[in-house]
Design a protein. Structure first.
Length: 149
């Protein structure tokens, strides 16, 4: 829109310049009145050429604007993709932390078993239950990782 307005302003400026040129009292500066003269034809050709140049410039500006709009859309798409990736990575980090907690608990329990000379060993059902809980936690963490990806 701005490019179009600038083009119109140029056209208006040229029109004002031509009027001022013709308002000078010198006979050489003004086209003679009455009938089509070679000066008028030359001025019309010059104006036509200038108008064509302005139209070409306007078309180029519109094309440049279209290219910039396409770049803007592409950048917006990229930003949205990066936001999605950040969300996925956040979910992945959360599931990794959960899995890390489960593994730490398992390691602690195994250390306790190895050092358990002074402590009684837990019953097999209790070991099975904690192993099952650890496996379920791993499965949930893996499912969360898959969802994040």
């Amino acid at each position: 829109r701005q490019c179009w307005q600038e083009g119109l302003a140029k056209l208006g400026g040229e029109e004002d310049r031509m009027r001022k040129t013709c308002n000078v009292s010198s006979a050489a500066a003004c086209p003679p009145t009455g009938g089509a003269s070679s000066y008028e034809a030359g001025a019309l050709d010059s104006d036509t050429e200038e108008l064509e140049q302005l139209r070409d410039s306007l078309a180029l500006l519109q094309q440049a604007r279209q290219v910039e709009l396409e770049k803007k859309v592409e950048l917006e798409r990229s930003v949205e993709n990066y936001r999605r990736q950040a969300g996925s990575l956040s979910a992945l980090l959360s599931s990794e932390k959960q899995q890390s907690g489960v593994l730490r608990a398992e390691v602690g329990q195994l250390r306790g078993l190895l050092q358990g000379a002074g402590r009684p060993l837990p019953e097999p059902t209790q070991l099975a239950a904690s192993a099952q809980a650890a496996a379920e936690a791993r499965a949930q963490a893996s499912a969360a990782q898959l969802e994040a990806v």
